[in-house]
Ligand binder design. Structure first.
Ligand code: ADP
Ligand code: MG
Length: 630
């Protein structure tokens, strides 16, 4: 037996390990299973190149807990270590790695997430164990050894009995970590970190019912057997080529990834790149409308099939954070702080690759099946609109697949919208005017009026539309978005002949003064327009600029421009001077009658804009009910 002292200058490194990595104790299991996986895959490689003359077989990794003896054991059938290798890889390399790590990352170690890359992986065992044993036998023809260390820099190395190739790590669990002796706890950790690791992992057994033999008697009882309980899927969808997978395979994988998610994904994007960086993965577009689990089931980041985190901010562009799925890359630096991550060149490339891939996929989906894409538009539009606003590279490609739905259920691509409306919807400055509504119910009367004139009205109802419009107006030439109830709509050059004026200028002047007097409210500025006689007598519109400022403020943009959001309420009261109503007001001699006529029309106009509220509404109703009795 050899006794020795681990080559390390820090007197007692274990309390340090425990302290620095306190918040992440549970990762010890991930680290040890990663090592077992590495050892297994290394052996696979060595046998495949003829370096190791042993049978590779069907190796698995086993995790066992023994509550009585307070141990957790991780056993693999990998390449094992000789005594010399234990000295070299465990005592020296691993420990100098640990020392370096603690030295360099004293302050940031706590939130670094992964520690394996510094060789501290194995020593993370001491976060939960007071004593650790390694019993290992190399695939080379050498005797097995047992290494024991109790957390001080002293270790012992002695011959061991083990006859099978591989390594067994026995953790003697410390008093303050007995929670890890609970089966449910280990099961939870395995599900979190190891669900897709590449070597089968056994945890306990389960009972399986055998199928009845053919022609079995009706009352025959099916036989049951105990089989290994394998907790992982070693070949998850993202490790396969897209050509090997059916649409159902992707859906199955989605549910495997998010067992509590019952909705089906809308579509998937398979990521696969090996230059200039390595990255694989599958992203899913979930149904976004009414989805309650947006926050919970996030994109998961893996490194060679080992779960690392679901905090992917910085790696995945913001607008794609609403997607779900998996990204696996050995090239993402996981051991450094978030601010560093965002500045990292490789990470930037990954982010723009993902952006491009999503744009390409959208373009091919709409080409393959336009009707299906239109059907799903409502669920995906937020992501795409957000992408247009926030990523120029995405915006550049977006005309190929961004749909502009109309209030009557048609969907236009940008060039189709242009073809359909550019020539017929222009204002006096020669701008192409795009009419839109944000709420089909609330703006119903305006939409109807615009449609009657032959205009197309888009229905843009997501919360970020004000920003989208701003972006489109600034990136495209001579266009102007106008909400269907805005004042600018009157600037549209009329397609049909201009309506003939029924009133002369003097009459108009009188009418305006009459109405201003009766309305008597600074919020409304009265304007006369020669509209069709069948159009409503009063139409309330809001200055486009004012409304946009309010919208922007409500969605977080342009906030603070007017202090604490104190936008003045400002409306235009458009009076149709060709309406019968206008003629009637002019004819009415009695001032009181005139005033109540105007008030009634104003209340109706307000009602149609959802502006009649509180006492005003009560008074209006009372007045009209009492009219019914007369
Ligand atoms: P890393 O995995 O990053 O190399 P670790 O501290 O996790 O660092 O492990 C140190 C070394 O110990 C490994 O590189 C490997 O050589 C050896 N080792 C650890 N666990 C095993 C195992 N189960 N089988 C064989 N070798 C192992
Ligand atoms: Mg390791």
């Amino acid at each position: 037996m050899t006794k020795g002292s681990i080559n390390v200058s820090v007197e007692n490194i274990f309390p340090l390990i425990k302290k620095f990595l306190y918040s992440d104790h549970e990762i010890f299991l991930r680290e040890l299973i990663s090592n077992a996986t590495d050892a297994t895959l290394k052996l696979k490689h060595l046998t495949s190149i003829g370096e190791a003359q042993v049978e590779y077989g069907n190796p698995k990794i086993e995790v066992q807990i023994d509550k009585d003896n307070k141990t957790i054991t991780i056993t693999d059938q990998g390449l094992g270590m000789t005594g010399e290798e234990v000295e070299k890889y465990i005592n020296q390399v691993a420990f100098s790695g640990a020392e370096e790590f603690l030295d360099k990352y004293k302050d940031s170690a706590k939130d670094s997430g992964i520690i394996g890359h510094f060789g501290l992986g194995f020593y993370s065992a001491f976060m939960v164990a007071e004593k650790v044993e390694i019993i290992t036998k190399s695939y080379k023809d050498e005797p097995a050894v047992r290494w024991i260390c109790d957390g001080s820099p002293e270790f012992t190395l002695e011959p061991a009995e083990k006859t099978e190739r591989g390594t067994e790590i026995v953790l003697h669990v410390a008093e303050d970590s007995t929670e890890f002796l609970e089966e449910s706890k280990i099961r939870e950790l395995l599900a979190k970190y190891n669900k897709f690791m590449p070597v089968p992992i056994k945890f306990g057994t389960k009972t399986e019912t055998l199928p009845l033999p053919e022609g079995a008697a009706e009352d025959a009882v099916a036989e049951t057997v105990e089989v290994d309980n394998i907790i992982n899927n070693p070949t998850p969808a993202w490790t396969k080529a897209p050509s090997e997978l059916s649409p159902e395979d992707y859906t199955t994988f989605y549910h495997e990834l998010y067992p509590m998610q019952f909705e089906e994904p809308l579509f998937h994007i398979h990521l696969n790149v090996d230059y200039p960086f390595n990255l694989t993965g599958v992203l899913f577009f979930p149904k976004l409308a009414n989805n309650m689990n947006i926050e919970k089931d996030k994109i998961q980041l893996y490194q060679n099939q080992v779960y690392v985190t679901d905090e992917v901010k910085g790696i995945v562009p913001d607008f794609l954070m609403l997607l779900k799925g998996v990204i696996d890359s050995p090239d993402i630096p996981l051991n450094v702080s978030r601010s560093y991550l965002q500045a990292d060149g490789a990470v930037k490339k990954i982010s723009s690759y993902i952006t491009k891939k999503v744009a390409d996929k959208m373009a091919s989906l709409i080409n393959e099946n336009r009707a299906d894409f239109e059907k799903k538009w409502n669920d995906i539009k937020i992501v795409i609109e957000y992408g247009i606003i926030s990523e120029d590279k995405f915006a550049e490609k977006s005309d190929k697949f961004t749909l502009y739905p109309t209030t009557d259920g048609k969907y236009f691509l940008w060039n189709e919208l242009e073809e359909k409306t550019k020539a017929s919807q222009t204002d006096k400055d020669g701008n192409w005017v795009i009419l839109y509504a944000t709420n089909a119910d609330e703006q119903h009367s305006y939409i109807q009026a615009a449609k009657d004139k032959g205009y197309e009205v888009l229905l843009l109802d997501s919360p970020i539309v004000p920003h989208l419009i701003q972006k489109l107006e600034s990136s495209k030439e001579k266009i102007s978005f106008v909400r269907v109830d805005a004042d600018h709509i009157n600037n549209l050059i009329k397609k049909d002949e201009p309506a003939i004026s029924k009133l002369n200028d003097a009459e108009k002047e009188t009418l305006k003064t009459d109405i201003e007097g009766a309305v008597n409210d600074k919020k409304f500025s009265v304007q006369l327009e020669d509209l069709d006689s069948t159009d409503a007598p009063f139409i309330i519109t809001q200055p486009e600029f004012m409304r946009r400022m309010k919208d922007m403020q409500a969605t977080g943009g342009g906030g603070g421009m007017f202090g604490m959001g104190g936008f003045p309420e400002m409306y235009n009261l458009v009076v149709n001077s060709n309406s019968d109503f206008a003629a009637k007001v002019l004819k009415t001699e009695n001032a009181e009658e005139k005033s109540s006529l105007v008030k009634q029309a104003l209340d109706l106009a307000k009602l149609s804009q959802n502006l009649l509220k509180g006492k005003e509404l009560t008074d209006f109703l009372q007045r009209n009910y009492s009219q019914l009795g007369k």
